[in-house]
Design a protein around this ligand. Structure first.
Ligand SMILES: Nc1ncnc2c1ncn2[C@@H]1O[C@H](COP(=O)(O)OP(=O)(O)OP(=O)(O)O)[C@@H](O)[C@H]1O
Ligand SMILES: Cc1ncc(CO)c(N)n1
Length: 279
């Protein structure tokens, strides 16, 4: 049977992030993608030029339309924009707690534009973090969620632990923003005690628009296929590594990654991503 995943996120007219990145990633990983739009952004590789949120009632109607009809096996949230939308999403998903839920706590686009209203951080923390099967913050997002500064690997571990104590079942803290190390290293930690770092070569490129969305969407697709959390994040890391490595130079700014790279190579490049400190 075809595996189905749902993304609840914002539209990126530039196609590299948001709903568009999620649907492309689902498709590349062999999963049927459904979507609920929370906001529309007028966006390209140079930045976010305008944002308009979707009415809360319309967000709710989309979620009901999808979940009442499709056998959704994993759900991902991305840009949620306001506390009203966060509350509505949390409320609608209450009846579906058996479906794995990946929360990508999108706050700020790479160019600096805000994709989440300041006061909505509280709603994210209180309504979605506690029901997350996996939360995938980047370093600045994890700092906002916990109030802890992250400068070192030790800080990453302390912060991931803090996010678990705030209610998430597992945390994947992305290290893309750490410029003090020559590699791109993400930390996985779960309440079951599992813990490892995923290290890959840091690629020298400015074309990293949508890396976070793509990573979380790949993990969601794998969960929809019934893979374990650990397998899903490892595949997602391989997927994003190849997508960045095979970047397609489009636009005049921070370009998108190549969502087709993983399938094109048709295999995991073993050795590309190292798992370290596995416990
Ligand atoms: N230059 C790079 N080379 C290799 N991997 C990278 C690079 N930059 C980011 N990554 C990887 O991409 C994934 C996404 O991390 P990142 O911290 O960039 O997310 P993000 O800031 O949420 O992205 P965005 O906001 O653009 O969606 C992580 O697995 C990270 O290790
Ligand atoms: C719509 C949207 N969602 C998420 C991001 C974060 O990459 C973005 N730039 N745009």
């Amino acid at each position: 049977m075809t595996s189905v995943a749902l993304t609840i996120a914002g539209s990126d007219s530039g196609g590299g992030a948001g709903i568009q990145a999620d649907l492309k990633t689902f498709q590349e990983l062999g999963v049927f993608g459904t979507s609920v739009l929370t906001a529309i952004t007028a966006q390209n590789t140079l930045g976010v030029h305008a944002v308009q949120s979707v009415d809360v009632a319309m967000v709710t109607a989309q979620i009901q339309a999808v979940l009442n009809d499709f056998p959704v096996k994993a759900i991902k949230t991305g840009m949620l924009f306001s506390s009203e939308i966060i509350e509505a999403v949390a409320n609608e998903l209450k009846a579906y707690s058996a479906i794995p839920l990946v929360i990508d706590p999108v706050m700020i686009a790479k160019g600096g534009a805000s994709l989440l209203q300041n006061e909505a951080v509280i709603a994210l923390r209180s309504h979605l973090l506690p029901v997350a099967t996996l939360i995938t913050p980047n370093i600045p997002e994890a700092e906002v969620l916990t109030g802890q500064r992250i400068l070192t690997e030790r800080d990453m571990k302390l912060t991931a632990n803090r996010l678990l104590s705030m209610g998430a079942s597992a945390v994947l803290l992305k290290g893309g923003h750490r410029e003090d190390v020559p590699y791109a290293e993400d930390l996985f930690m779960s309440t079951s005690g599992e813990h490892f770092l995923m290290r890959s070569k840091r690629i020298a490129t400015q074309h990293t628009h949508g890396t976070g969305c793509t990573f979380a969407a790949a993990a969601t697709a794998e969960l929809a296929k019934g893979r374990s959390l650990e397998e899903s994040v490892v595949t997602a890391k391989n997927f994003i590594q190849l997508a960045i490595e095979d970047g397609i130079e489009l636009g005049n700014g921070q370009g998108p990654t190549n969502h087709a790279a993983f399938r094109k190579r048709n295999q995991l490049k073993t050795g590309e991503v190292k798992l370290i400190e596995r416990r």
